[in-house]
Design a protein around this ligand. Structure first.
Ligand SMILES: [Zn+2]
Length: 421
């Protein structure tokens, strides 16, 4: 059977706007959203009043930074503060299509308009095409994932098997009998299916018919991607989003970061101040989806990434998020400087004699102190390591070399033991 071309084309013209068209587009969308939300969302109105943010004075994209960021933790509290999810919604709960519940607990409203979660362009970009038979292995119960990913597939003209997280034998049986060509789920579950298939004596390349996989919800390493692509002879691409706002970004065939979805404006910000950082610098992903029903303006996702504006071979012009490098809550602010575990890891990986590491932060006498523990035998490159760390993270830790096996089995990269009165 000949395979469809899954590498070319775009879904909507918005994906290829030139630079000035794109700026204009963002400006119009944001202006429209902010004035609507200030009028119809009680919570937004309160927040704007409190910070004296005047919608009429919103003239350029950089003006957005005057609105304080909304941390996810605040949503839990806000939603319990009365009708319309604490005044966050611009309409009554009964006018919605669905209301989901995510861990937190946080309610995730879904309105009736088409492509509410905005994943259709993402699925096209990843390689889904009309006529595909697609198996969704995400949960359909309470949480939005299952139903959220049905919508784009319906829009693209695919058939869906709403499998949910059922057992591997059933999943594989369906995949084989229906010649399923598309997978939607986590990367680890696809790996699990490959293992189960092999245990049953299947050859996933020959006995199954997968051609394209949309994975999300977990970190996808390049090693894992290569393994899955080889095992199934499938294109594996990832999407990125949250249960509150839906699609934020997605990969294209060229897998060089996540194109920012055209339904949202994304900033990379300093996690404390909410002020945007320079292009290329790591910070927290702050998203404003153009959603008038549930206007979460400047929602801080807790995920860390950076912006890449280099052109992409696919022709899409939206800026890209580099990889998601970690979570804000795994970072620590030490002597006023944010230390990110991935930056430490980048340095340590150049020293193959270091087996494991951990940073401990304390504050004897109220002054921050940082110690880097490394497990290594006969470590001789102390100066070199400390120099490279200083270059990268702008701080010089104390260094303690430990025998392999000294650090506990489960460790956090940065252990914050500071005590504040
Ligand atoms: Zn691209």
């Amino acid at each position: 059977m000949t395979r469809k071309d899954r590498t070319e084309g775009i879904y909507s013209r918005r994906e290829v706007l030139d630079e000035s068209e794109r700026r204009q587009y963002y400006l119009i969308q944001l202006k429209d959203l902010l004035s609507y939300a200030a009028r119809y969302s009680e919570d937004v109105k309160k927040r704007f009043d409190r910070t004296q943010f005047d919608v009429d004075k919103f003239k350029t994209l950089t003006d957005l930074k005057h609105i304080p960021i909304l941390k996810k933790k605040e949503l839990i509290f806000l939603q319990s503060m009365g009708p319309r999810l604490g005044g966050l919604l611009t309409k009554d709960v009964g006018e919605l299509k669905r209301i989901f519940l995510s861990p937190g607990p946080i309610f995730d409203p879904e309105d009736r308009n088409d492509d509410y979660w905005g994943y259709t362009e993402a699925f096209y970009s990843v390689g889904f095409r009309p006529g595909d038979v697609v198996q969704i292995t995400f949960n359909y119960h309470l949480a939005p994932a299952g139903l959220m990913f049905e919508e784009p597939l319906r829009n693209l003209g695919c058939a869906v098997v709403p499998a949910g997280p059922s057992d591997a034998t059933t999943q594989l049986d369906i995949m084989q009998k229906l010649r399923v060509c598309g997978y939607v789920g986590t990367p680890s579950y696809l790996m699990h299916l490959a293992q189960k298939a092999e245990e049953k004596g299947f050859n996933p390349r020959k006995d199954l018919f997968l051609e394209v996989a949309f994975v999300t919800g977990e970190k996808l390493s390049e090693k894992m991607r290569n393994q899955m692509e080889k095992k199934f002879d499938v294109i594996v691409r990832q999407g990125y989003g949250t249960a509150d706002v839906g699609c934020i970004g997605y990969e294209c065939f060229h897998k060089c970061g996540l194109h920012i979805a055209n339904r949202a404006f994304v900033e990379i910000c300093h996690p404390d101040t909410g002020i945007p950082v320079k292009d290329g610098e790591v910070g927290e992903i702050v998203v404003t989806a153009f959603n008038k029903t549930y206007p979460l303006i400047r929602l801080a996702t807790g995920d860390l990434s950076y912006i890449d504006r280099a052109p992409c071979a696919c022709g899409r012009t939206s800026p890209r998020l580099g990889s998601i490098v970690g979570r804000v809550d795994t970072t620590a602010r030490i002597k006023g400087i944010f230390v990110y575990p991935h930056q430490v890891e980048q340095v340590i990986s150049r020293f193959e004699e270091i087996k494991r590491w951990q940073i401990e932060v304390t504050n004897p006498g109220g002054i921050d102190d940082m110690t880097l523990f490394i497990e290594a035998v006969g470590f001789k490159r102390e100066d070199e390591l400390l120099h490279q760390l200083r270059e990268k993270i702008k701080l010089r830790p104390n260094l303690k070399v430990l025998e392999p096996g000294t650090l506990p089995q489960q460790i956090r990269p940065i252990e914050d033991r500071r005590i504040w009165d």
